[in-house]
Design a protein around this ligand. Structure first.
Ligand code: ASP
Length: 346
């Protein structure tokens, strides 16, 4: 236990160092022009010393998503559109735990969650436990724009999307052999009671792989979105933080936009994304400090994960208490970073 504690402290220190560098490197434009920016994540977890070919594959896909979302912003498009575009690309890639290649529940089935929020109006949309929607982030946008509701779940969400003209896909679209193998391994491990202090459903999960994006557009509007398959071997019907506005996703032009990844139960219990916004608003702390406060609280409760965010001045920050987090940002002042590990090397 002592060694684990020391290890976490060390990792946190490294994360802090790496984050502050990013935050200090970012600032609003000096010529008075609206700076725009996009930050994304591809999940937190045991991301360490990846084989070069795997690292390359992640780097290429993350760069593609980053550039596509950024192009929406540079063409004058909205933050919502940029977030949607970025997340669609990551959902279509089996590298991430979102859309195709998502993790599977205890029955071996995909159950996907996604949400989006715009900071100007506080309008939001989300879907939970859907299994036939190719791009759950598109469904979240549809709920935001075309329904009276914020969150639709399961068959009702799918029916709504179908009625609005969205094509549905079979469950098999999402299932890839790698995830079936991971599920079997995890279930076998749990049978043998090789558990740690974490609740069994989370034990042995090394990488969370959810995707998220936050953007600030040329009009100064912020949007945030998150999409996930949830946690591997989760109980059928379990819903995580990602589709919960205020937990996994939040955006308010007055403060910031946030997207989270990690063990969702802790992010729900701490209302993580909204807490960051509140800390900025009422304690007047900068984004990174607010993120740290919330992640430390999650850590105190035994949770793991991370978050990305940006504020209305295009200050970008991220923070996590895991070994790594796939993350990247690009800003209209030319700054760009793609990082995987806690150490500054990558
Ligand atoms: N936060 C997600 C959930 O608990 C999982 C993840 O971030 O990968 O559903």
């Amino acid at each position: 236990m002592k060694t684990t504690g020391f290890y976490f402290t060390l990792l946190l220190f490294l994360s802090i160092v790496s984050c502050q560098t990013k935050n200090l490197a970012t600032s609003a434009s000096s010529d008075g022009k609206q700076v725009y920016a996009l930050v994304l994540h591809g999940g937190a977890g045991y991301i360490k010393n990846l084989p070069p070919a795997v690292e390359k594959a992640y780097k290429e896909k993350i760069e593609e998503a980053l550039e596509a979302g950024y192009k929406v912003l540079s063409d004058g498009g909205s933050a919502v559109k940029a977030v949607q575009k970025t997340i669609e690309i990551m959902e279509d890639s089996p590298l991430f735990n979102a859309g195709k290649g998502c993790v599977l529940n205890s029955l071996g089935k995909p159950e996907l969650d996604a949400s989006i929020m715009e900071g100007k109006t506080l309008n939001a949309g989300a879907v939970a436990s859907v299994s036939h929607i190719k791009n759950p982030i598109d469904a979240a946008v549809l709920v935001k724009d075309s329904s009276r509701h914020v969150l639709l779940a399961g068959k009702g969400a799918e029916l709504f999307c179908h009625e609005k003209g969205m094509a549905l896909v079979p469950e098999s679209y999402f299932i890839v052999p790698r995830r079936l193998k991971q599920l079997k391994r995890l279930q076998a491990k749990e049978k043998k009671h090789e558990t740690t202090s974490l609740p069994p459903a989370f034990d042995g999960i090394k990488k969370y792989g959810t995707v998220g994006c936050v953007a600030l557009d040329q009009k100064g509007n912020i949007a945030a979105g998150t999409s996930t398959g949830g946690l591997m071997n989760k109980q059928y019907g379990r819903i995580g933080d990602s589709p919960i506005i205020g937990a996994g996703t939040y955006a308010d032009n007055e403060t910031c936009g946030i997207s989270c990844t990690g063990i969702g139960e802790y992010f729900i219990r701490t209302a993580a994304a909204h807490s960051v916004s509140d800390i900025i608003k009422f304690q007047h702390l900068p984004l990174l400090r607010a993120q740290q406060k919330v992640i430390f609280k999650i850590q105190d409760l035994g949770g793991r994960g991370g978050m990305i965010g940006l504020d209305r001045k295009a200050n970008v920050a991220w923070f996590f208490n895991t070994e790594g987090m796939f993350r990247a940002f690009k800003k209209s002042n030319g700054e760009k970073q793609i990082r995987f590990y806690a150490l500054a090397k990558h």
